[in-house]
Design a protein around this ligand. Structure first.
Ligand code: ZN
Length: 174
């Protein structure tokens, strides 16, 4: 848990801490990030875990992986690779498989509603999108990228190469 104010932690970095309803893996895979980014992640992840039905007695596992370039070098970005014991790429393949059975837009909406309850990859992506305030450098899109970016936003015009680069994880920066 993070209990202090941002001012006290200026310049320091922390692995993303566990929450009440979610657990995290350790450093070095859970790479140290700034206080501001850790706080934003804790808020969004706790809400994800609560809405997805997890509790202190039955927390969900979230696994980070080390990033290399850009914002990662200064602790301002984090990559989430696994949730609930499955990789983000696995969750996305499951999503595509289930929704691929739809014969029209109405069926697709119906299947998406159903799959959206159980698919923790989609749920964590949407929670980060809805509840997190991520960086948007001047002239760049909001820094939330993952397997669902083209369908769900925030940057639906994501290039094929950037989408492919985030096919197995979610990247956020703050
Ligand atoms: Zn990243």
């Amino acid at each position: 848990m993070l209990c202090a104010t941002a001012g006290e932690h200026a310049g320091r970095r922390f692995p993303v801490p566990p929450g009440l309803r979610y657990r995290v893996n350790r450093a070095p895979a859970n790479a140290p990030v700034t206080f501001e980014l850790a706080r934003e992640l804790v808020r969004a992840l706790e809400r994800f875990a609560e809405e997805a039905g997890f509790s202190a007695a039955r927390p969900v596992e979230i696994e980070f992986g080390p990033g290399v370039v850009g914002h990662h070098q200064v602790g301002r970005a984090a990559d989430i690779y696994r949730v609930g014991g499955k990789g983000l790429g696995e969750w996305k393949r499951r999503w595509d498989l289930r929704l691929g059975a739809a014969e029209n837009a109405e069926q697709r909406r119906c299947l998406a509603r159903r799959e959206g309850v159980a698919n923790l990859g989609w749920r964590i992506y949407k929670a980060l999108q809805l509840y997190g305030r991520w960086a948007q450098p001047y002239g760049y899109p909001i820094q939330l990228f993952g397997p669902w970016t083209r369908e769900e936003g925030p940057w639906k015009h994501i290039s094929d190469s950037l989408l492919a680069a985030h096919g197995d994880h979610i990247h956020v920066a703050k």
